[in-house]
Design a protein. Structure first.
Length: 498
């Protein structure tokens, strides 16, 4: 650490020396004409032409009157040939003091070196930003005929905590987030093409609802009232269906005060969409088409690779009732069990069942432990128990179930959908049942929302709704095993400073 701090002090001294010689180490702009990838990909047309490129120095080899360095921009790396006679002795002297991590801008001619590497032969060079902290640049050596990498920036916690450094020294990480952007763009494109309207709903809410989760709580001083960061945007989007918008969607930041693991972050992104006059059968068909569209846009294929599995998102997906799924994968028929028998069965499966869990949550625990991880190919888990889904319409052929489905892909749920409950009397009863669970100690049970009930009493048409976790979908389509690998700045414990 002492050596590291000394390097920082040396670089700070360099900044002062640069200023003393009239060089601004942090100028205001640079007129870049080409990205590094443009120069490489269009070499045939650019050979012999002058270009301006800019980026961060990632490797440098300083010699007498000529030097080489590689700069990195968003698209890749490019070699620069820096010759004293071409850029002038004063600038060349300054260049020789630069460090890996510094940003420079170079104007010059596109050529190949004697070794055949596409390069820019500099005519002018400008320092654009001086890096004070050294980058953890990996070093490569060949040992026994094999390439060995040393000093790689691979500490997971440091990578998440200092994502900016991670993005600089591990360019493949940047590709994950570029694909994340493409996923969102493709989904937005699909929804817009299907006549959905993108809307915005409140993040600060007087009553949290729309999901089973604990909220983050805050206080508004002027109104002197408690507010909650939303756990879902469902209830506000359904208010818009009541108001006459037939197809709406929102990409939402939601917040849940719950545990953290490789599938959960307290702050996450999801899209919710609602369409009037449709049901969950229509929505299943829609999800198949939408996921296939996204995969085609991102990968050029419906077949993706995740966690050593080849998964085909095209065609019709399997539709499997949750109670049948439990029986198929555990051999236990829970469809006619009361709460006491469910508790006994769960304990025999060595599951930890707490007193606040009702029958629905017990079934959900069994499903999550023994069934969900085995569902690799796209599957709709349909027809859940009423207690598990207080906002879903009762099944038209079995009032003990609701018309709900979860798309499961790669062993994990990536969404949730209902034929939405639009009977305000039934909805009130469901809310009251949830309040009973809350009184039993279930902190994730839904709360009574009188304003939402008021909206339903105005009248909501038959509606299908869907929520898709963008983070989990990105994990799936970029083959990442942790949600932290697809969120730029995941939540971390505060860093301890000595």
């Amino acid at each position: 650490m002492e050596d590291y701090n000394q390097l920082i002090e040396i670089r700070k001294e360099k900044i002062e020396k640069l200023r003393e010689t009239g060089v601004n180490p942090f100028p205001y702009m640079f007129d870049r004409s080409h990205m590094t990838a443009d120069v490489k990909h269009d070499f045939e047309n650019l050979e012999g032409q002058d270009v301006s490129v800019a980026g961060r120095i990632m490797a440098v080899r300083v010699m007498g009157k000529a030097s080489f360095c590689h700069i990195q921009d968003m698209q890749g790396r490019l070699q620069l040939y820096i010759q004293r006679d071409a850029i002038g002795e004063e600038t060349y002297t300054m260049f020789k003091t630069l460090d890996i991590g510094d940003h420079i801008g170079v104007s010059g001619t596109v050529k190949k070196t004697k070794t055949g590497e596409i390069s820019v032969f500099a005519n002018s060079l400008e320092l654009l930003a001086k890096s004070i902290r050294p980058l953890p640049i990996a070093k490569e050596k060949e040992e026994d005929g094999k390439k060995v990498i040393y000093d790689q920036f691979s500490d997971i916690e440091l990578r998440y905590r200092h994502r900016y450094t991670d993005l600089v020294v591990n360019p493949e990480v940047r590709d994950v987030f570029i694909k994340r952007s493409k996923i969102i763009t493709a989904m937005r494109e699909f929804l817009n093409d299907n006549e959905f309207l993108e809307v915005e709903t409140p993040v600060l809410q007087p009553i949290y609802g729309g999901a089973a989760a604990r909220p983050f709580k805050t206080h508004h001083n002027t109104l002197d009232t408690t507010l909650y960061l939303r756990i879902a945007n469902e209830l506000y989007l359904k208010r818009l269906i009541v108001g006459g918008f037939d197809r709406v969607y929102e990409f939402a930041k939601d917040f849940r005060n719950e545990g953290m693991d490789r599938f959960h972050n307290p702050e996450f992104t999801q899209v919710e969409l609602y369409v009037a006059y449709k049901d969950y059968n229509w929505m299943m068909d829609f999800v198949e088409k939408m996921f296939n569209h996204i995969a085609q846009k991102v990968h050029g294929s419906s077949v993706i690779h995740f966690n050593n599995h080849e998964i085909d998102l095209s065609g019709k997906w399997r539709r499997l009732p949750i109670l049948d799924a439990v029986k198929e994968y555990t051999g236990v028929d829970v469809s006619h069990m009361d709460e006491e028998k469910l508790r006994k069965a769960a304990k025999e499966m060595h599951l930890e069942i707490t007193p606040d869990m009702g029958p629905g949550k017990i079934i959900d625990e069994i499903f999550g432990e023994f069934v969900e991880p085995k569902l690799i190919q796209p599957t709709f888990i349909i027809d859940h128990p009423v207690e598990m889904s207080p906002l879903a319409k009762k099944h038209r052929s079995n009032p003990k179930l609701v018309e709900r489905f979860e798309p499961i892909i790669g062993g994990k749920e990536v969404g949730n959908a209902f034929s939405e409950l639009n009977d305000p009397l039934d909805q009130r009863e469901r809310f009251m049942a949830q309040m009973d669970l809350k009184n039993r100690g279930d902190e994730e049970a839904q709360v009574l929302d009188e304003d939402f009930l008021h909206a339903l009493e105005i009248g909501m048409p038959p509606t299908a709704g869907l929520g898709v976790g963008i983070d989990r979908l990105t994990m799936l389509l970029t083959n990442q095993s942790s949600i932290r690998d697809v969120i730029f700045f995941p939540q971390m414990r505060p860093e301890k400073h000595s």
